[in-house]
Design a binder for this molecule. Structure first.
Ligand code: THU
Length: 131
């Protein structure tokens, strides 16, 4: 499953809209029915409006009817030879939209993989239980 996710993410990396950072990121979600939903980062001249690859993939998936419990894994990759890990904003969104125990794979250009669980990205995160 991880290999298919990695291939899907690398296939869409070319669509990353990275005019300003020249730092493409691609994400791929694995769904329980075998489907994969991908996303890339999309930047803006007003830098703060940039949407990271993880959030693009998640918002695409949810807008197509995917539910939290359908998501079993997310993979994030860049063409860099070092680990890239989700930013704080993405961790907060992932905490809400992906199950706690879903697998998170962070993969670099040399296929080195860091594997963890979604809950581990944001300990003590803010959730609906805090409202
Ligand atoms: N970026 C992502 O897409 N995901 C992350 O988790 C980290 C950062 C993007 C945002 C921006 O387009 C570029 O990487 C450089 O920050």
């Amino acid at each position: 499953m991880k290999d298919k996710l990695l291939q899907a993410a690398r296939d869409v990396m070319q669509h990353a809209y990275v005019k300003y950072s020249h730092f493409p990121v691609a994400a791929a979600l694995a769904l329980s029915d075998g489907r994969i939903v991908t996303g890339v980062n999309i930047e803006n001249a007003s830098f703060g409006l940039t949407n990271c690859a993880e959030r693009t993939a998640l918002y695409k998936a949810y807008s197509e009817g995917v539910k939290k419990e359908d998501i079993v894994a997310i993979l994030v990759t860049t063409p860099k030879s070092f680990l890239v890990s989700p930013c704080g904003a993405c961790r907060q969104v992932m905490r809400e939209l992906i199950p706690e125990q879903a697998d998170v794979y962070l993969v670099d250009a040399q296929d080195r993989v860091t594997h963890l669980k979604n809950i581990d990205l944001l300990p003590y995160g803010f959730t609906e239980d805090d409202l």
